[in-house]
Ligand binder design. Sequence first.
Ligand code: MLT
Length: 368
Amino acid sequence: MKKKSASLRTAQPRPQRARGASSKTTRASVPTAPHALPLHKAPIHPGSILSSTQLTVEGVSKILALASDLESEAVRTRELRLHKRRVSLLFYESSTRTRTSFELAAKSLGADTVLVSALSSSIEKGESLKDTGITLRSLGAECIILRHPSSGAPYLLAQATGLPILNAGDGIHEHPSQALLDLRTILYRCFGAKQARSVTEKSLRGMTIAIVGDIFHSRVARSNALLLPKLGARVLFCGPQPLLPEHAADIGPGVSIERDFDRALQQADVVMMLRVQQERLSGLQLDLENYTRRYQLDAARLAAQAPRALVLHPGPIIRGMEITSEVADGPQSAIEEQVHHGLAIRMALLTRALETPATPSARKKTRR
Ligand code: MLT
């Protein structure tokens, strides 16, 4: 790995902010209270999934059961579930897994999908998120899946449109559908398909999930840290100080920090490796050689410290940096399974979004 810089120096990572989105994401506020986003004036459609904070244990169980039901349903029956319903995918950031699996999930339920991406739409000409959302609603969108570089953007879109919004990743804030698919992967691999249909506050009791790497910029880390402890898991954040500020542990109960990777691995039942989000470092200088030496998961380390742990990664994987190919493709890895579970979870989230009635005032908002 080529050395990028000699120092491991911090600067202020400044997440990008786009027109019309909240400016609440700052280095000071995000790790301590990323979920303390602005209060909403208009009601959020109850079919929306914006954050892991809104998920109750009972709600998670319903999503898991629905995911299993939909997965085992005959193709023809499934296609009638959301027959001709209109789903928009609004993507301001690139994506492979999330976008494709939401799209395939919608199509396999019979919905019509339309993709709007920042580079091929009026967004490029400066149209705001709010106006783009209202335009999609006027064209008949009944649900919008949003990926946006600004933390809080899905809340703004939910308020502006009154439609169910599914957060497909907002800045460095959250990625709740990823946390749900990670949970389904853990349940399947550790307990079997039957146990992956429902959860209680004790389902993951006694389990330690180590989340390793660029925690600060990871919406995946945040959504998992807000979800998994609700089911009894202990979440252990592991990474160097600039990518894992001390107060990250204040995100919620059941979360703590272990800087030493080997010690974190020794305690882990599941180890979730994260990519260093180079596109969000904004001035932060990382010595990648040193980082790789300290935090790369390679076969020798895994065998020595966590020979039975399950290995997860939300992707994209940077092979040879945070994880080696031997581990990513090895028997302890469930990385491909995560992608597979994403499809079932997203089918469930879309069904939930489109089958949940709007609250009366939200209904008024969407009436044309
Ligand atoms: C994300 O969108 O947050 C990804 O799943 C993780 C990453 O980009 O590294």
